[in-house]
Design a protein around this ligand. Structure first.
Ligand code: HEM
Length: 457
């Protein structure tokens, strides 16, 4: 699915309407801003910006919170003719992008100009990974990004340590198929072990204490630094976790991410071990992705057959299963809002905005926009098998450009490998919550409630 000229026009005529008013700044009125905060930004914070609160996700699924947010964004886009809209959010003003040309520019702009370390992101993630690439800027960020790119082998679908990781996945996934039923809690436990083994080595597999410390820090990150009385305790906990990670790193086998990081020559200040926190968290986050992908496959038997055929070829790349995972994260993104901050004056829709402007692309909304994405609310993994689909800017579950996820290939490798292990020798014959493949898929899935029924194949 490549982009054509027609694709840049919306059914609401957004692009056409925008031209004459391009030089006039579009600003949300008070009522509009209130609606934006109530239905979009506040729910994002309540759900948890660092660590998802699954009970909140369950409630959002019950009330169709996504529908409220999408209706707000659609109304905002239509009212302002697709122009970038300045709106006062919870923590100050931000510029919301709707037009495809603006979104393309957002992805193409260098990270030195459109920086990743927007204030809100740093307030949240800074508790968990204060020296992580995502919280950095300038030369330091470049150095940290290089470590991530190298260690995660972002440019290779099959990671150099794929054989070892495959072995870890095979051993740990046995627990997932031991019974006829499989639930989200099991997938979560399994991914936590896979995460620690891949990042730190087998010695760390059962380190629930470290998991507890990191879990506390991630939950604290959700408070975005508001609980100032906790700052000292958080720093002490981070130091404890840092010490434990350094112990594992001291004799980690070469295939582990931590050993690969230490092997990578990096300038002082790069804090190679400081990157580990994001990696552990990101692999943990693969658990909900896997659970939702399997639920979608349960509801789409023909796609499940295609996945079985993929597995039967015996290859490591599993293109069909990867496509299923990509489609699952398009429908249910891990990062539904992409936020950046400008480091110089920039121009959006013909209007100059000063350095320090927060810019938001609500990608979760855009990649489900029926006006731009065909069959936007349906599970169509085949779209990801088309040439250049991965670079199609209408869909960005891993983002694009200089801020694109450096762990996309590793994430797809691990998630598709776990799905393959569940499907190998089994068929998913039922799933809860119920998913109707003939109707638009819900905007939110009650992930914690996912239960799957397996039958021998
Ligand atoms: C299906 C799984 C995953 C999804 C959907 C995903 C998605 C994303 C997205 C959308 C971003 C950009 C965030 C932003 O703009 O604020 C990002 C950044 C990042 N991801 Fe992932 N990710 C996944 C798995 C992973 C894995 C497995 C790793 C490493 C082990 C990883 C490491 C990172 C890092 C280090 C960044 C920060 C990049 C930077 O600041 O330049 N991700 N991810």
């Amino acid at each position: 699915m490549t982009e054509s000229k027609a694709d840049t026009e919306t059914t609401s005529g957004a692009t056409a309407a925008r031209v004459p008013s391009a030089a006039r700044p579009a600003r949300a009125g008070k009522a509009e801003a209130l609606r934006f905060v109530a239905t979009h930004t506040l729910p994002v914070f309540v759900r948890g910006v660092v660590s998802p609160r699954f009970k909140v996700v369950s409630a959002y699924a019950a009330i169709n919170q996504y529908g409220w947010s999408a209706a707000t964004l659609r109304a905002m886009r239509d009212r302002h003719g697709g122009a970038p809209v300045t709106v006062r959010g919870l923590s100050g003003q931000m510029l919301v992008l709707f037009d495809q040309a603006d979104i393309r520019k957002f992805f193409e702009e260098p990270v030195r100009i459109l920086a990743m370390d927007a204030e809100d992101k740093v307030k949240g993630l800074g508790v968990v990974e204060p020296t992580g690439v995502i919280c950095s800027h300038g030369d330091l960020r470049e150095d940290r990004r290089k470590v991530n790119d190298e260690v995660l082998a972002w440019d290779r679908p099959v990671h150099p340590a794929c054989g070892e990781y495959q072995g870890v996945v095979e051993e740990e996934s046995l627990a997932l198929t031991a019974r006829a039923g499989l639930d989200f809690a099991q997938v979560r436990r399994t991914l936590a072990r896979i995460s620690r083994r891949v990042v730190l080595g087998n010695r760390a597999a059962g380190d629930e204490e470290l998991a507890g410390w990191l879990g506390t820090l991630r939950d604290e990150g959700n408070w975005m630094g508001l609980r100032k009385s906790r700052n000292k305790a958080n720093r002490a906990l981070y130091a404890k976790a840092e010490g434990r990670i350094a112990q594992y790193a001291a004799d980690a086998p070469p295939h582990t991410l931590v050993a690969r990081a230490l092997h990578h020559p990096a300038p002082e200040g790069t804090d190679r071990l400081g990157q580990v926190h994001h990696w552990l968290m990101a692999i943990d986050v693969c658990a909900p992705v896997i659970a939702r992908t399997l639920l979608l496959l349960a509801a789409h038997p023909a796609e499940q057959d295609a996945a079985h055929a993929d597995i039967a070829t015996g290859g490591r790349e599993l293109p069909r299963l990867r496509a299923c995972v990509q489609e699952s994260v398009r429908l249910y993104p891990i990062v539904p809002d992409l936020v950046r901050v400008t480091r110089t004056e920039t121009e959006w829709g013909g209007v100059r905005h000063p350095a320090g402007t927060s810019v938001l692309v609500p990608i979760g909304f855009h990649q489900r926009d029926a006006a731009r994405v065909p069959a936007a609310d349906l599970f169509v993994p085949g779209r990801w098998l088309e040439a250049d689909a991965d670079r199609d800017m209408r869909m960005a579950p891993f983002s694009h450009g200089g801020g694109r996820c450096p762990g996309d290939q590793l994430g797809l490798l691990l998630t598709s490998a776990v799905c393959a292990q569940v499907l190998r020798g089994h068929r998913i014959v039922g799933g809860r919550p119920a998913v109707d493949p003939h109707r638009p898929l819900p905007g939110t899935v009650d992930t914690a409630a996912i239960r799957l029924r397996l039958a021998p194949r």
